[in-house]
Design a protein around this ligand. Structure first.
Ligand code: COA
Ligand code: AMP
Length: 639
């Protein structure tokens, strides 16, 4: 039997130009590209360099021109506000053109940055598309981040305009966004000229004249704006993601490659096209939201769902399945954490089985490692393929996946299947040599990366090269460790850096440590990610106090928790911290975080030969045991 996926992959690697030239026909161009791949400035590669197009035109206008204006583009479902309505492509075009017209009237031009700090409501998608329409570069900041994180991103992106809403709504209550925005703008060194604020009935924001304007009022008289033809290589957006330091990385995505790659992935990976319903239950603040709530489904003329709710509690663990049935969702995408939360509340699948899910062809999981238990449970409950797939903010679309729209292959639990066409994935050892099948190493992708992947970091080519391209020249370092089996299936096992994944949210332990060290009592801090049954990983901190500090354990604990919440935001889920007399370090002063992590997770560990004081590991072990992590079984093995 021919392995269609494998031969597609081989074609894409052997002749990337003709593979992507053909894929480029999935979108409408103002000027079709002749130069498919520009390799003249390695390690920087550019796709479709002489092509001109507009992402918003492809995601909105062209469906209206094709006579499908009355089809639903966005289905907004908000259990937290008890609200639900649909937006057709005609309506979407009207909303987006008007918002784009407003932006033009405020002097926003091609290349200007616009920060979007908004909840899961249709206006957030309007905002992104309106920027795309006029060539402004959007930068969406996730609502669960604190003012300080927003300020950091504002300082880096230097937007002229911020679009925000008065509040977000979480099951725990209303989260006022506008005061957070005000605080961020006060902290930021960059001055923002205009803020457009969408008032929601749940919270009335104070507007500060002349900077702030009311969304509804301001748009009443705005003129409609047309799509501006852009170079394929013009940036569409900057999305900040956690790096190993506290300074987030501004991943830059261009227009042409992104639109082509997303269209290709919608059809070939997610098996969704025109008129079909696709639902990614994530948040627009993350890359999943950018690619598969907003751009991907709209680019192929599908219906997307914007869900302002949670997998459980809004109202129950049947929420996902109820919506899939009601909206005839064909392909569904969520994070393993969400499934673990559902499984905890509905272990026998009683709720799940009460719905008719015959519309659903498959469910996709990503954002964190998918443990085989979660995959097996959901697959047996749903009786449909459950597809783990692997990618990152940087790549923008899946690197390894089962091609459900082409030729599904066997699912191996624990593996996101094989490399997707366009990606040449290899596993290298520390010396840069390819390792054998089933041997672990650093997972890398041979350059050039396919269209749609990051082109650089915002205004920081050097950091892009240093972070991703310098360890193995000619290869992009993913930051993940894992192995390939004899059938070419990839297994992603862990990160090689200090990034942790909390409920599918990517966070930097370095940033937690910076924040803990801001506390006047703290001399030093180490934060590691420890395993968590629900969230996959959660952060755990150990701090060494300054001499003479007089704080009770409870006081210290509470103060550190609120400091992290204040500085990083609720998304940090920071609940575990303890004081220790000393941290384990090498003689050169490097904190032994990897060893601490192994002790916490009851894995075998060796005492590094370079350790400064072996007793510090006993301190760590005892502290972790007290915190409910390492038990006495944590094994120490000899070298
Ligand atoms: N705006 C403001 N606050 C937000 C927010 C937003 N957009 N998103 C989350 N928060 C807050 C939550 O209210 C919570 O605050 P709290 O500590 O005051 O309760 C905190 O951030 C952590 O939220 P969350 O990560 O959602 O955890 P949870 O304990 O409330 O819920 C799950 C647990 C498993 C239900 C939830 O994490 C979930 O739905 N996970 C799926 C993740 C996902 O889709 N990831 C995207 C990658 S594909
Ligand atoms: P983000 O950039 O937030 O999407 O996070 C990307 C990181 O999440 C990856 O580098 C992995 O460490 C992890 N990740 C995402 N999807 C998977 C998956 N399917 N399996 C294992 N790890 C994953």
């Amino acid at each position: 039997m021919t392995d269609v996926g494998k031969s597609l992959h081989e074609q894409s690697i052997a002749d990337p130009r003709s593979f992507w030239q053909q894929a480029a026909r999935l979108i409408s161009w103002d000027t079709e590209p002749n130069c498919i791949l520009d390799e003249s400035k390695p390690p920087f590669y550019r796709w479709f360099v002489d092509g001109k197009m507009n992402t918003c035109f492809n995601a909105v206008d062209r469906h209206v021109h094709a006579g499908r204006g009355e089809q639903v583009a966005i289905n907004y479902i908000s259990p937290v506000t008890q609200n639900q309505y649909t937006i057709t492509y005609n309506e979407l075009l009207a909303q987006v053109s008007r918002l784009a017209g407003y932006m033009l009237s405020k002097g926003i031009q091609k290349g200007d940055r616009v920060v979007i700090y908004m909840p899961m409501i249709p206006e957030t998608a309007f905002a992104m598309l309106a920027c795309a329409r006029i060539g402004a570069i959007h930068s969406v900041v996730f609502g669960g981040f604190a003012a300080n994180e927003l300020a950091t991103r504002i300082n880096d992106a230097k937007p002229k305009l911020v679009l925000s809403a008065s509040c977000g709504i979480e099951p725990s209550g209303v989260v006022p966004y506008k005061p957070l925005l005000d605080e961020a703008l006060e902290q930021a060194t960059h001055q923002v000229e205009h803020c457009l604020i969408l008032g929601r009935p749940q919270y009335q924001a104070t507007l500060h004249s002349p900077r702030d304007a009311d969304w509804q009022f301001s748009l009443k008289d705005a003129a409609n704006a047309d799509c501006l033809p852009l170079n394929a290589t013009d940036p569409l957006y900057v999305l900040y993601t956690s790096g190993t330091t506290g300074q987030p990385k501004g991943v830059v995505r261009d227009n042409g490659g992104h639109a082509v790659a997303l269209c290709w992935s919608m059809k070939n990976i997610y098996d969704v096209g025109e008129g079909e319903v696709f639902w990614a239950a994530s948040d627009v603040g993350w890359v999943v939201g950018h690619s598969y709530i907003v751009y991907g489904p709209l680019l192929v003329g599908a219906t997307t769902i914007m869900y302002e709710g949670k997998p459980i509690g809004t109202p129950d663990a049947g929420a996902f399945w109820r919506i899939i049935q009601q909206q005839s969702v064909k392909s569904f995408f969520t994070a393993p954490t969400a499934i673990r939360a559902i499984k905890r509340e509905d272990p026998e699948g009683a709720l799940l089985k009460s719905f008719d899910l015959s519309c659903l062809k498959q469910m996709f999981l990503a954002g964190e490692r998918c443990d085989p238990d979660t995959l097996n449970w959901s697959q047996s409950m749903l009786g449909k393929p459950v597809i783990d797939h692997w990618w990152q903010t940087e790549t923008g679309w899946p690197v390894a996946a089962n091609l459900m729209g082409v030729d599904p292959i066997e699912v191996k639990p624990g593996s996101p299947a094989r490399a997707v066409p366009g990606y040449q994935v290899e596993v290298l050892d520390a010396m840069g040599e390819k390792v054998g099948a089933n041997e672990s190493g650093n997972v890398v992708i041979k350059q050039p990366l396919p269209p749609g992947t990051l082109t650089t970091l915002w205004q920081n080519d050097q950091r892009y090269v240093d972070s991703y391209l310098s360890m193995y020249p000619g290869y992009y370092l993913t930051g993940d460790a894992g192995y390939l089996d004899e059938d070419g299936y990839l297994y992603i096992m862990s990160r090689i850096d200090d990034i942790i994944n909390v409920a599918g949210h990517r966070l930097s332990t370095g940033r937690f440590e910076e924040v803990l060290c801001q506390h006047s009592a703290v001399a030093e801090a180490a934060v590691i990610g420890v395993q968590d049954k629900l969230k996959g990983q959660v952060p755990l901190g150990m701090v060494v106090l300054k001499n003479g500090v007089n704080l009770s354990d409870d006081e210290l604990h509470n103060q550190l928790l609120s400091l992290v919440r204040q500085e990083i935001g609720p998304v940090a889920s920071f609940r575990l911290v303890s004081a220790v007399p000393k941290l384990p370090k090498t003689r050169s002063g490097k904190i032994l975080r990897a060893t601490m992590r192994k002790i916490a997770d009851n894995q075998e560990f060796t005492v590094p030969a370079t350790i400064e004081d072996p007793q510090t590991l006993d301190i760590v072990r005892n502290t972790l045991t007290r915190m409910g992590y390492a038990d006495s079984l944590a094994k120490q093995i000899s070298d």
